[in-house]
Design a protein around this ligand. Structure first.
Ligand SMILES: *[C@@H]1O[C@H](CO)[C@@H](O)[C@H](O)[C@H]1NC(C)=O
Ligand SMILES: *[C@@H]1O[C@H](CO)[C@@H](O)[C@H](O)[C@H]1NC(C)=O
Ligand SMILES: *[C@@H]1O[C@H](CO)[C@@H](O)[C@H](O)[C@H]1NC(C)=O
Ligand SMILES: *[C@@H]1O[C@H](CO)[C@@H](O)[C@H](O)[C@H]1NC(C)=O
Ligand SMILES: *[C@@H]1O[C@H](CO)[C@@H](O)[C@H](O)[C@H]1NC(C)=O
Length: 232
């Protein structure tokens, strides 16, 4: 029979696991988002701002990047957008895919914007893209799907995402200027295969996240080992 101290240790370990698990398991991996080929994307990321998610597959053979961007507009008549900025890490210059609801039963409207300032107007994009569409998901979320052509050999792209203001007669209102709305940009690594480890996954992408994951895994393994030694 286990002593009180072993029970206490088990409880402590269980508590520790339950506290840190949400931080390490990705929300995006629980989202059932499929590519145009009806298969899951190769990788997904919980983006660091605006409760937004990116599912993506990079095909180096023809330098195409298939994405599904998932986010909820800040209000029911608001919009969401995901963009690549080919020339800078800022919003200005972003080549954006922007979607908003178009009423019950109808799929969201999705359009392209060549962003030069806060007055968003539709425009052509600087790169080719295919299969652009948007879908309504549970919880007021919208998913934007597309495949874009990335310059051959590019190791990364600057991505910018946003959720925002009202849409009136097809004109898109400005987004809020709170810190999350201003920090919602990141470099998306397309070939981050140099970072290994973490459950044998060959997932490219955020090396920092992988490192944290391995680190916590080691800690957990150690704690479980410690628990086992003390119990037996
Ligand atoms: C990548 O693109 C090439 C060229 O279009 C194609 O032959 C190949 O099947 C694609 N790979 C995947 C995993 O879709
Ligand atoms: C590249 O491959 C993707 C995935 O197989 C495909 O959807 C896309 O049409 C291809 N693009 C070109 C330019 O071949
Ligand atoms: C925004 O752009 C539209 C279309 O180009 C124009 O009609 C409108 O006056 C502009 N609004 C502002 C505030 O500049
Ligand atoms: C986007 O807008 C900028 C500034 O007006 C313009 O120089 C550029 O040619 C536009 N891009 C495309 C693809 O039309
Ligand atoms: C992207 O990959 C490069 C080289 O592998 C690495 O130096 C960089 O830190 C990575 N960036 C992110 C955000 O993971």
């Amino acid at each position: 029979m286990a002593s009180h101290s072993s029970l206490l240790l088990i409880l402590t370990v269980a508590l520790f696991v339950s506290i840190i698990s949400p931080a390490t398991s990705q929300t995006c991996s629980t989202q059932n988002v499929l590519s145009a080929e009806k298969t899951p994307f190769q990788t997904c990321l919980d983006l660091p701002e605006l409760e937004s998610y990116l599912h993506y597959t990079y095909n180096a053979t023809n330098s195409s990047l298939s994405v599904a961007f998932v986010a909820a507009p800040s209000r029911s008549d608001g919009w969401i957008a995901w963009a690549i900025n080919p020339t800078a890490t800022t919003m200005s210059g972003s080549q954006a895919f922007l979607a908003y609801g178009s009423g019950a039963g109808a799929p969201p409207v999705v359009k392209t914007y060549n962003i030069t300032g806060h007055n968003l107007t539709e425009g052509r994009l600087a790169f080719d893209f295919w299969n652009l569409r948007a879908e309504s998901l549970n919880g007021g979320r919208i998913a934007i799907f597309t495949t874009v052509k990335v310059p051959a050999g590019a190791g990364s792209v600057n991505q910018v995402w946003q959720i925002g203001g009202n849409v009136k007669n097809g004109r898109v209102g400005v987004h809020p200027f709170s810190p999350p709305n201003l920090n919602s940009r990141a470099v998306l690594n397309l070939t981050g295969t140099t970072s290994t480890g973490g459950g044998g996954s060959k997932t490219p992408g955020n090396a920092g996240w992988m490192m944290t994951n391995v680190h916590l895994g080691v800690n957990l393994g150690f704690l479980v080992l410690l628990g086992t030694i003390i119990i037996f």
